[in-house]
Design a protein. Structure first.
Length: 229
């Protein structure tokens, strides 16, 4: 499945494409509003889509059919992700909650609450034992995946957090904020260990490299910055 890509659109559809030929393999029909989040599972056999229609759908990439429609949120979906083993997925919503879903059954395992504004991004660590949420309330929260308990609250940003990511070992969390800064946090204690300052406008994207020793940030100031340890 490494030669396929998927796209989600404001026309309410997602499409699976063959990279080599440029041909559309499947059109994924079923959402009733724009698709704003889309991810493959680790094996490439499933796609998860999140939509402004308040639902998440899991699709079989081999036939283009929907396997499950995940309903329960009361607002638009902002972010979705599979864990590495692809047996769980998560969704963040404008309704201020994050939900953990069992992929095989399509059942909600936990509803994670605590934010007092929209959840804008969600991410698992590499083992799937933890997940982190990013919110317009200016905080991120780290949760235990199995219990649904909040383990720490990442407090320090002075604006909404639009993007969040774990480093590959899962020991650090990276957040990007409208306060023009990115921050690196200890994933266990929740302490801020580094503030990345230099952008002159909102940071809306951030990522670790494979080794976890380099960070890239993207900003509305029309620049990307690469930060090294």
């Amino acid at each position: 499945m490494g030669t396929n890509i998927a796209t989600g659109s404001m026309d309410n559809t997602a499409r699976l494409w063959d990279v080599e030929t440029g041909e559309c393999i499947h059109t994924l029909l079923g959402h009733t509003a724009e698709i704003v989040s889309l991810n493959f599972d680790t094996h490439g056999t499933r796609i998860i889509t999140g939509s402004f229609d308040h639902t998440i759908k899991i699709w079989d990439t081999r036939n283009g059919r929907v396997a499950h429609t995940l309903s329960g949120h009361h607002g638009e979906i902002s972010s979705t992700s599979f864990n590495y083993s692809s047996d769980l997925c998560i969704s963040g919503s404008i309704d201020r909650t994050c939900k953990i879903w069992d992929v095989a059954s399509g059942q909600c395992v936990h509803t994670l609450r605590g934010h007092n504004d929209e959840i804008l991004d969600v991410a698992f660590n590499s083992t799937g034992s933890k997940l982190v949420t990013a919110s317009a309330d200016g905080t991120s929260r780290v949760f235990n995946t199995m219990t649904g308990a909040c383990q720490s609250i990442l407090i320090g940003h002075e604006g909404e957090i639009s993007k969040v990511a774990f480093n590959p070992p899962g020991s650090r969390i990276l957040t990007a904020s409208s306060d023009k800064s990115a921050r690196i946090w200890d994933a266990d204690s929740g302490d801020c260990v580094q503030i990345l300052e230099g952008h002159t406008d909102e940071i809306f994207s951030c990522a670790f490299n494979y080794h976890g020793d380099t960070v890239i940030t993207g900003s509305k100031d029309n620049t990307c910055r690469i930060w090294k340890n």
